[in-house]
Every structure is written in C-alpha cells, then in structure tokens.
Write a protein that binds this ligand. Structure first.
Ligand code: TXA
Ligand code: MG
Length: 304
C-alpha cells in the first residue's frame, strides 16, 4: 500500500481539503463530513444542487453511532452481512452532522466502502468522510482515474489512484427510517439479497423522487445521446453483446456483474469519440440486471 499517499490524503482531509478516493463502486469526492466548509466545497466542485444529500463513509459499523441515532437492529444485521460493501443505509441523523451534508434532511446516508486504500484513509484519519461520486452533477460517474473530468481534477487537492472499481455502479441505497424499508437506488445488492438477510424491502416508485432528492430523471448521462435498441444499427457505435462490427462498438460481458463493472468505463470511452449517438443493446431483465437497467434508463432519458 502506498503509505506516503495515504498520509497526504489524511492530512488534507483533516485540514478541510477534498480528495478523490477509490471505492469498490465508483470513485468518490471525499471530505470531512462534519466540516460544513469542506462539504460546501464538494457541492461547488460537483455543481450539485444543495438539497441533494451526500453519503457518509466510515470504516466500520461501530462508528455509525457517531453520525446516526435510533439505529434499528436491522442495520447491525445488514452491516454484518454486507459491509464493507455496496450498501448504503439511510438512518436518523445525529445532531452533530451538519445540515449541508444531509441537504437539510433529518436523515443521513451511511456506508462502509470496500476498498483497501480508502479503508486505510478512514482508519488513519478517524474521520467520517462525505463522498458523493466524483463526477460533475448529471455526468457519468468515474470508475477509474482516467475517467475523472477536468473540473473534478482541478477542484480536488489530491487524487488517490486505486485502480478500476470492481463493482462499477453506485451502491444500493436502502432507507431504514420507514417500515418496510425502501430501496431508493438499485445497486449490486438486490432486494433478493436483502430478503436473504431477513429484510423485506420495497422498491421505490415515483414517490422515491421525493424521498431521495438525488433521483433526478436524467442522471449518470454521457454527453452523447444514449439510445436503447434491440440491436445496433449498421455502421453505428454503441454497446453490444455479440462481436463488434466496427471500432466504435464495444462488446459487453454477458453476465450482470461483468456488465455492471464495465458499463461506465465503456460509456466514457464512447463519449470521447463524440459520436452522434451511442446505441445500447438492451440487457436482459431480472433482479441481477436491475442496477444496470436503472442506469441505462437514466442515461438515455432526454435532457432537462
Ligand atoms: O457507491 C456509492 O454510493 C458512491 C461511492 C462514492 O460511495 N457514492 C455515491 O454518492 O453514489 P452520490 O452522492 O453520488 O449519491 C448519493 C445518493 C443520492 O441519490 C442521494 O440522494 C442519496 O444517496 N441520499 C443521500 N443521503 C440521503 C438521505 N438522507 N435520504 C435519502 N437519500 C439520500
Ligand atoms: Mg452520483
């Protein structure tokens, strides 16, 4: 592990700076979650609306008590099973968490990310780190440092390179402040996974938009229009399942976790080619594909 880099990240974060950190899902733009000025800087770099709350990252479940209160017993069970990992829990916020971090809500989103570098930064700093995905608002999230935008690079005090992200799409967001629990954003951990842990969660319908302010229709979108199709038109570029017919087509893995891991990287790559459109062959249905389907729908919805 690169100790001097970790040490620098810790110093920067402790003094209110902003660091791009790797996680297993996507890269995050991290700062001290309890420092309102630092959090404001993150919102500014991302050009993110101030009512869109951030996820707070800690290094282990025991530390959730520092930022949340009245934590239900289900949270411990889920943490035991899925942390560190791509599950974010929405809980009642502790008073010490500043309003800017939670977008003025009385709840806070928490997770323990599964990446050795970032776990080390969390441990060594003793901080709780607010870290939204390291993209500019509405743009694609980066799953490697190569895909960071210039605006994010320029805004951050340091970029820690932890290699390509293993999961590739943002964490599952689960609201535990209501019964039944509600999935506000689908991710690698599915409703079926939660059920196997004894948690019957309902999926968010349209009303989830209100409950989770970050669920804007157009999100995770490249600049190039994304069009979902049964098969890519002759001569055009996009993501396919079969063999590519030209250099602007990318063959995607046929299994859901492989597809998920490659999705943003592939879209970033095609976005740089400045094609007229990116055609994406619709992946299969089914619980394992839900996160991918969700991100593709958002990427392909019309701007505005
Ligand atoms: O995988 C991930 O979760 C990545 C990595 C960096 O950890 N982070 C991430 O953060 O995706 P962000 O800020 O891009 O997305 C956070 C999502 C948003 O949809 C936001 O609205 C929702 O979580 N959220 C955060 N706090 C919430 C709260 N208190 N209540 C409801 N939704 C919340
Ligand atoms: Mg995001």
């Amino acid at each position: 592990m690169n100790l001097p880099e970790i040490q620098r990240a810790v110093e920067i974060l402790k003094s209110g700076g902003v660091v791009v950190l790797p996680t297993e899902t996507v890269y995050g733009l991290a700062c001290d979650a309890l420092n309102p000025e630092a959090v404001l800087r993150v919102f500014t770099i991302k050009a993110r609306p101030s009512d869109n709350p951030l996820i707070v990252h800690v290094d282990r479940f025991e530390r959730v008590a520092e930022i949340a209160q009245n934590v239900p017993p289900e949270a411990a069970r889920l943490a035991e099973r899925f942390w560190p990992g791509p599950l974010t829990m929405v809980l009642q916020k502790a008073p010490r968490v500043p309003d800017v971090t939670t977008g003025g809500l009385d709840t806070v989103a928490v997770r323990v990310p599964n990446h050795p570098l970032t776990l080390e930064v969390l441990k060594a700093s003793g901080l709780a780190l607010a870290a939204p995905s390291a993209n500019v608002f509405t743009e694609l999230s980066p799953t490697s440092v190569e895909d960071l935008s210039d605006a994010v690079r320029a805004g951050a005090d340091l970029v820690l390179d932890g290699g390509p992200c293993a999961v590739g799409v943002e964490s599952t967001v689960l609201d535990l402040t209501e019964v039944p629990a509600r999935i506000l954003r689908p991710g690698a951990i599915t409703a079926e996974d939660l059920a196997s842990c004894g948690i019957e969660a309902v999926k968010s319908d349209g009303s989830g938009l209100r409950r989770s302010p970050g669920r804007y229709p157009r999100h995770y979108a490249p600049r190039t229009p994304v069009i979902l199709v049964a098969s890519i038109p002759e001569g055009a570029g996009g993501l396919c399942f079969g063999l590519p017919e030209n250099p602007t087509q990318i063959q995607m893995p046929s299994d859901p976790s492989g597809y998920r891991r490659e999705l943003y990287r592939a879209l970033h790559r095609l976005d740089r080619l400045r094609l007229g459109a990116v055609y994406v062959e619709v992946p299969p249905q089914g619980p394992e594909w839900e996160a991918v389907q969700d991100r593709l729908l958002k990427a392909s919805s019309a701007p505005g």
